[in-house]
Design a protein around this ligand. Structure first.
Ligand SMILES: Nc1ncnc2c1ncn2[C@@H]1O[C@H](COP(=O)(O)OP(=O)(O)OP(=O)(O)O)[C@@H](O)[C@H]1O
Ligand SMILES: [Mg+2]
Length: 238
């Protein structure tokens, strides 16, 4: 579904993403972990075509990531919601529906709003929303077009427990439909029983890649470490 081949992204003197390569299969939920500044957001933005890479190749369902064909296949939810202050909650989704030509969008939006407790917020302007509500709108906007690949940058931040549960359920549903979910997060507990595979980044490089049990057996020396202990061990922050 997604191929990232020898991709490097530099900002002046900083190599934010340093020659990374990986492939994501359809139907998988893949966690992207790493300490602050590791390069997670830069990786996701570069895949989404929002940042220009310095070298390497990225394809989505076989199409170069910046092509129109590729853009129809993924959605990207940024770490900070980017909403239009003067549009209402429902108008945001209507805008996405028109941009992506989403069939039956009105019913789909109502279902999403029901899941995220936004039904009574539909007519509020974005500028009137709380932080968590903005995050929910941003997530709904990413979910509405029903693409094959989802790039989520810390989607659980600011969400209440019910919305976190709904989001995890949604990820599982998407995976069951053969979709690919690539999600950066610091919430280790939330991925333990969710992600089929985790990539751990540090200083722009991928320093671990595998399913949690494999990482545990590779790094844990037979000890049943918690995900937090494994993470701190592998990133050298223990
Ligand atoms: N627009 C920018 N201009 C210059 N440097 C940047 C820019 N964006 C990110 N960086 C640098 O690139 C590196 C990777 O940043 P990135 O935002 O990808 O990290 P992250 O893993 O998402 O961190 P966090 O967990 O804090 O969200 C950092 O050193 C950061 O300072
Ligand atoms: Mg980030």
């Amino acid at each position: 579904m997604l191929k990232v081949i020898h991709v490097t992204k530099k900002f002046k003197n900083t190599t934010a993403v340093d020659d990374i390569s990986f492939t994501l299969d359809p139907g998988t939920i893949v966690g992207l972990l790493g300490p602050n500044g590791a390069g997670k957001s830069t990786t996701l933005k570069t895949i989404a075509g929002l940042l220009r890479k310095d070298s390497g190749e990225i394809t989505i369902a076989g199409h170069i990531n910046t092509s129109t064909e590729a853009k129809k296949r993924f959605s990207y939810v940024p770490e900070t919601p980017e909403l239009y202050e003067m549009l209402t909650v429902r108008e945001h989704l209507q805008f996405i529906a028109y941009a992506y030509n989403v069939p039956d969008w009105a019913e789909k939006v109502t279902k999403l709003f029901a899941r995220y407790d936004l039904l009574d917020k539909q007519d509020k302007l974005a500028k009137e929303l709380s932080k968590g509500m903005k995050q929910k709108v941003s997530l709904c906007a990413g979910l509405l077009p029903e693409p094959d690949l989802y790039l989520f940058d810390e989607p659980m931040i600011g969400l209440d427990p019910k919305a976190i549960r709904e989001t995890k359920l949604l990820f599982r549903e998407l995976s069951g439909q053969g979709k690919t979910v690539f999600v950066s997060t610091h919430l280790l507990d939330s991925i333990e029983n969710l992600c089929h595979r985790v990539l751990v980044m540090k200083s722009g490089k991928i320093i671990a890649d595998g399913d949690i049990d494999t990482l545990r057996s590779q790094l844990g020396d037979g000890v049943n470490y918690s995900l937090e202990e494994l993470f701190l061990g592998v990133t050298g922050d223990e």
